[in-house]
Design a protein around this ligand. Structure first.
Ligand SMILES: CC(=O)N[C@H]1[C@@H](OP(=O)(O)OP(=O)(O)OC[C@H]2O[C@@H](n3ccc(=O)[nH]c3=O)[C@H](O)[C@@H]2O)O[C@H](CO)[C@@H](O)[C@@H]1O
Length: 349
């Protein structure tokens, strides 16, 4: 199969697409992305990457809106040409603004599209263009009700292959010590970082180790130091890290949540308060409803409260085990496989 994957921008859009691509060794895969985004680091060693210069629309109308609209229209023709030149037979996209030209160009060329929407509240492009897709694969079961004219199928969200087998971890952490992993999504989260640094001392004193994924942009990254505290701007072996973690303190991006479920990691979730339509909160609630996580609104959460909640959990391994068991109930281990089947079924008469 000749497949175009349109996935761009953040880890949450790229890693699920890479997980599907990994499972299609026979396919001829080309990738559609945007300049200067994470795909330029993650994709070109494995797949030819084609870049189109587009941006997402801003909330408020301005002259820039017209420029973005023009970029979008132009990019539809660029993608249409690409589909033709590469003789693409199917398009797979994980949503976001790159999905718009990919879906519209595929529709003009009569090529079927599988769109994967990982979030509980679908993004704007998904809501608008879902009816043009062959199938919209969804990460959360409840999302189907928000996409009524489209054909939906719940598959959860794919995780990288490494999550499906035990991975070694290269941090010097004794096997009996509790490990807290702090994650702010693929770009880190400054507010979460500040909050955690205010609490870290007391968790470390209680015997925990901390791996803190800070993102690349934190100016205060060196402001807290301790021999059992490991800050990293970005870490690639997420599977090994989460398999070992006893507790995660995290934003609530859909990709991260799926990985927490697959690795059975109990979590304190602090959704990004400015995510479009508050979708991270609704992602997180699905985990809280199943008692797999505790959810706190960033604006209501004081450092004292977070510090206490974590200390309580560290003192109560039985509660952590119960949360881990509940997280396991949310895991769908063959999500990537289901998407591969959907894609390959497009070729059957
Ligand atoms: C601010 C915002 O709107 N973020 C959105 C974005 O987030 P973002 O890309 O942060 O979100 P996710 O949590 O879905 O995915 C992060 C991915 O990056 C990986 N990772 C992270 C840190 C690290 O050091 N190493 C690493 O590999 C994680 O393992 C995970 O696979 O896309 C997600 C999927 O549409 C949405 O749910 C999020 O709401």
């Amino acid at each position: 199969m000749r497949l175009l994957i349109a996935a761009s921008g953040t880890g949450g859009h790229l890693f699920p697409a890479l997980a599907v691509a990994q499972r299609l060794p026979q396919a001829e895969i080309n990738w559609l992305g945007v300049p200067n985004r994470l795909e330029q680091t993650l994709v070109p060693q494995t797949y030819p990457l084609h870049l189109i210069p587009i941006e997402g629309f801003q909330q408020r109308f301005s002259l820039k809106t017209l420029r973005i609209l023009w970029q979008q229209i132009r990019s539809i023709w660029q993608v249409k040409k690409l589909l033709k030149t590469l003789q693409i037979e199917a398009v797979f996209t994980t949503g976001g603004y790159i999905a718009a030209p990919a879906i519209l160009a595929a529709k003009l060329q009569g090529i079927p599209v599988i769109l994967h929407e990982s979030n509980a509240i679908p993004g704007k492009v998904t809501r608008l263009l879902a009816p043009l897709c062959h199938t919209v694969a969804i990460g959360f079961q409840n999302t189907a009700r928000l996409l009524p004219p489209a054909k939906t199928r719940w598959v959860s969200t794919p995780v990288r292959d490494s999550f499906l087998t035990p991975q070694p971890l290269d941090f010097p952490i004794p096997s009996e010590a509790p490990l807290i992993v702090v994650m702010g999504g693929s770009q880190g989260a400054l507010a979460l970082n500040r909050l955690v640094r205010l609490c870290a001392e007391s968790w470390l004193t209680a015997g925990a180790y901390i791996v803190h994924l800070t993102g690349e942009q934190d100016p205060d990254v060196e402001s807290f130091q301790h021999p059992h505290y490991f800050p990293r701007p970005f870490y690639h072996n997420m599977a090994g890290l989460l398999q070992r973690a006893n507790l995660a303190i995290s934003r609530a991006g859909a990709g991260t949540l799926t990985e927490l479920a697959v690795t059975q990691t109990p979590a304190i979730l602090i959704p990004y308060p400015y995510a479009a339509e508050d979708h991270q909160y609704y992602n997180a609630i699905a985990f809280e409803e199943k008692a797999a996580a505790q959810v706190y609104r960033q604006n209501d959460l004081t450092p004292q409260h977070l510090e206490q909640q974590v200390l309580e959990l560290l003192k109560n391994p039985h509660q952590l085990t119960q949360m881990a068991q509940q997280a396991a109930q949310l895991a769908v281990l063959d999500s990537a496989e289901q998407l591969v089947q959907l894609l390959t079924s497009l070729q059957s008469p």
